[in-house]
Ligand binder design. Sequence first.
Ligand SMILES: *[C@@H]1O[C@H](CO)[C@@H](O)[C@H](O)[C@H]1NC(C)=O
Ligand SMILES: *[C@@H]1O[C@H](CO)[C@@H](O)[C@H](O)[C@H]1NC(C)=O
Ligand SMILES: *[C@@H]1O[C@H](CO)[C@@H](O)[C@H](O)[C@H]1NC(C)=O
Ligand SMILES: *[C@@H]1O[C@H](CO)[C@@H](O)[C@H](O)[C@H]1NC(C)=O
Ligand SMILES: *[C@@H]1O[C@H](CO)[C@@H](O)[C@H](O)[C@H]1NC(C)=O
Ligand SMILES: *[C@@H]1O[C@H](CO)[C@@H](O)[C@H](O)[C@H]1NC(C)=O
Ligand SMILES: *[C@@H]1O[C@H](CO)[C@@H](O)[C@H](O)[C@H]1NC(C)=O
Length: 680
Amino acid sequence: MIMLRFEIICKDFSMFLCCLLCLLIGFSKRANSVNFLAPSCENVTYSPNTTNSPFRTNLNFLLSTLSSNASRTNGFYNSTALGRGNDPSNTIYGLFLCRGDLSVDVCQQCVASASKRIIQECPNQKGAIVWYDECLLRYSNQYIFSRGDALVRLRLSNVQNVTESDAARFTSLLENLMDKIQNRAANDLSGKKFAVEEANFSAFQTLYTLAQCTPDLSTVDCDSCLSNAISVLPTCCRNRVGGRVLYPSCNIRYELYRFYNNSVAPAPAPPPSPPPPPLPPVPTTSSSKGSSRTIIAIVVPVAVSILLLLVGFIFLIRRSRKRYDAIVEATDASQFSTPESLQYSLSLIQAITNNFSAENKIGEGGFGHVYKGTLQNGQEIAVKRLSRSSMQGLEEFKNEILLVANLQHRNLVRLLGFCFEGEEKLLIYEFVPNKSLDCFLFDPEKQHMLDWSRRYKIIAGIARGLLYLHEDSRLKIIHRDLKASNILLDRDMNPKIADFGMARLFGADQSAATTKTIAGTYGYMSPEYAMHGHFSTKSDVFSFGVLVLEIVTGKKNSSFYQSDGAQDLLSHCWKNWRDGTPLALLDPILGNSSARNEVIQSIHIGLLCVQEDVDERPNMASVVLMLSSRSATMPTPDQPAFFARSKTESFPREFQFDASTSNSMPASVNETTVTELYPR
Ligand SMILES: *[C@@H]1O[C@H](CO)[C@@H](O)[C@H](O)[C@H]1NC(C)=O
Ligand SMILES: *[C@@H]1O[C@H](CO)[C@@H](O)[C@H](O)[C@H]1NC(C)=O
Ligand SMILES: *[C@@H]1O[C@H](CO)[C@@H](O)[C@H](O)[C@H]1NC(C)=O
Ligand SMILES: *[C@@H]1O[C@H](CO)[C@@H](O)[C@H](O)[C@H]1NC(C)=O
Ligand SMILES: *[C@@H]1O[C@H](CO)[C@@H](O)[C@H](O)[C@H]1NC(C)=O
Ligand SMILES: *[C@@H]1O[C@H](CO)[C@@H](O)[C@H](O)[C@H]1NC(C)=O
Ligand SMILES: *[C@@H]1O[C@H](CO)[C@@H](O)[C@H](O)[C@H]1NC(C)=O
């Protein structure tokens, strides 16, 4: 039937081309209307449930303000509707965010649809979000501006899988692109906090990625929101050809087709995929009527079948592109809103660790042994069994746990909960499958598993995690014992910082910037901390610098011997830097195939961080910025602190540990692990 109509309409080739064009335009037109994804309604409802209740009246006002302003902004607008008669219980906060590549028209259209839809989907709620392909609209009776909200998320995964043979390469390419756009979006100073990036996956396939935050977030909040979103990808979208994670404050997406506006793509546009088949040659008008008829008789059916195939193909592709598994879920962050929800029963932990059996033991640290277990829901956990027990009161402890548990970042080991029963004191952490960084870095058998690009990613990951600890909007946390054995590696060898927040849990003085308890680890301590007990975020920066130099050289600072007279790693690095031979420092196992610039840049950053003058050391925000923009100009490092100029001159070991507080800081000297955090 369709065939028949085509034979009638497509009498000649100009008509045929016209048909083709119309069909293609028809397809792309359809893709232009806005596309609803999902709602998320809060459970709190308002009353009375009528269209003229004060809350509803105010909400209508807010929504109309938002949609009318959609034509006048560059994709983001926030607004507050004060309760009538200054009744704060009816005040509503609202915002919308349009995808960064869209024109004002599309944004306006989306916000208009969304403000109708949000009332339909959540007719009676005090807070709601609707997600579209093109925009997000949100209102709440709570203040929602300038904060990275991660209480709910929507995740979508394309039902199609990458072929098995391509899976590893696909994941690695995706990871690379995600790292890039996370950096670029968080540091986007254009006022949009938006980034897209693409890369060739195969000769025919290009991977497209996008990241965006609401522009009212700070760089750190945007970075950590995106970081959370990216860490969800392995759960929702492993090996899927497309996926999205959408939080109220940020979102990421990747596809094997171009889903964002061409004009914002940074790289020159690659050939479109799928490539259109070549069109049949158009006969010239000079040919006789008769011969042209025969040509038409032969070519038209062929062309029509090609056209039908093409249309069918496009249709199938479009359909498969649109098939997603969508899940709106409350996130872990919202589950952990009460101290009670963090509490695990001793009997449960005993059951899943075989009563702390030797087979379940996976390590021991400064605070006690660590055991592995698996919860009923399949989640693997690591249980730290604290060896000494003098701690602060249970209520205080619970509050501190809540604070530390709410620190969520891809590059931090997550604290899931605790168990305090009788003599047992347990901390429950997420399980991180690979061992700590030192097990790879300093082990001749395993060193080769960390090639340069992996090491560079580890450096960047640690920097991000540390930045989050230092500049998270609620707490300012100084780790105080950053070292290779406190960096755990996940399944994909991404770094996660462990053992932060311990001092807070152990009731150490949280406000003093000076402490008599010198309790870091030999080789990583900054001179001012080791000698005078002064600590600050810059003492962490120093430890980070040592760690970077260890990662580049594959050598341990604390047990360093070199024939060139240098007695510690820092002097060795400094000498080579000064002599213009920084590449000689590179771990020989990496050969010289590595990216020269990245190596030199890392050594440069490492040396900046270990400078003796505290003020000269960069803060972590600058470090992250230096790592993300290769072209950034960096200051010249000064000579590093040689506080351990010779073995005999180094401070005595007893000094590292103050006996008066040892009851609350259990550990052998070598393993001493104390972390400090205090409110800003
Ligand atoms: C909200 O309601 C849903 C469904 O009724 C329920 O599953 C969820 O636990 C509720 N959330 C809260 C925070 O009460
Ligand atoms: C409120 O009204 C809407 C429609 O006006 C209805 O769908 C909804 O069930 C009502 N909610 C309650 C809690 O009565
Ligand atoms: C835009 O928002 C402001 C306040 O947020 C409001 O006063 C103004 O009326 C809105 N613009 C339009 C065109 O409605
Ligand atoms: C928009 O958000 C900022 C905080 O990012 C806030 O200071 C401002 O008052 C908000 N504007 C309106 C109209 O609510
Ligand atoms: C794509 O971007 C260009 C330039 O910014 C704009 O003119 C065009 O309308 C955009 N297209 C869509 C669909 O938003
Ligand atoms: C993709 O892989 C997942 C898990 O490996 C499987 O459950 C799913 O059915 C696969 N989808 C398709 C379309 O093959
Ligand atoms: C993808 O490959 C094409 C040629 O095959 C090249 O022109 C283009 O620059 C490549 N794009 C990227 C982002 O590497």
